[in-house]
Ligand binder design. Sequence first.
Ligand SMILES: CC(C)(COP(=O)(O)OP(=O)(O)OC[C@H]1O[C@@H](n2cnc3c(N)ncnc32)[C@H](O)[C@@H]1OP(=O)(O)O)[C@@H](O)C(=O)NCCC(=O)NCCS
Length: 179
Amino acid sequence: METERLRLRQFRIDDAELLVGLDSDPEVMRYLTGQPTPREELEDVVLPGILKVYAEHPGLGTFAAEDRDGFVGWFGLQPTDEPTAVDVGYRLLRRAWGKGYATEGTKALIEHAFTELGMERVVADTMAVNHRSRDVMRRAGLRFVRVYHEHFEDPLPGTEFGEVEYAIDRGTWEATQHG
Ligand SMILES: CC(C)(COP(=O)(O)OP(=O)(O)OC[C@H]1O[C@@H](n2cnc3c(N)ncnc32)[C@H](O)[C@@H]1OP(=O)(O)O)[C@@H](O)C(=O)NCCC(=O)NCCS
């Protein structure tokens, strides 16, 4: 899939190094786990899990994003408990922040979900305090739905403010596509 500035492609088994580079930045991981993801976990669990989703859910999964200089991060369109709803997410290298890439990729995946995949709803979640991520959701057309609280054994700073859910349904998306 291509957007104005990005190419999205499936990850391959030899792409672990890209994930290691991305997840090694504590600032990138701040609202996710708060720490770099160990290489073994990325190689043995995360990457095989990504490849498994391609096989089990055609059209869905986690996609490597590249600009003309190479890898910038990933975008994900994941299955949910609801067969006609998908969950959108993103994680970019810090040097790729501040360029509008996350909004551009998220809009493209939302369009893909409604047009190619026949979905009825796209949802997204993040920590309430992850304002950069919430801004992406809003700019991509997703609307705030609710705050909810989850229990974590070792909560990240800001967990007390909860998680937020955003979503857009097909009708609302179609109504914004004119002109
Ligand atoms: C969440 C994340 C992807 C947001 O990245 P981002 O760069 O802030 O978001 P966008 O790509 O939409 O870029 C928007 C910024 O680019 C600027 N920009 C520059 N050129 C632009 C262009 N051509 N088009 C649009 N925006 C542009 C905007 O003004 C805005 O700047 P601001 O942050 O100063 O307001 C990034 O912070 C990240 O990877 N975080 C770590 C992972 C994470 O938390 N993921 C979400 C967990 S659920």
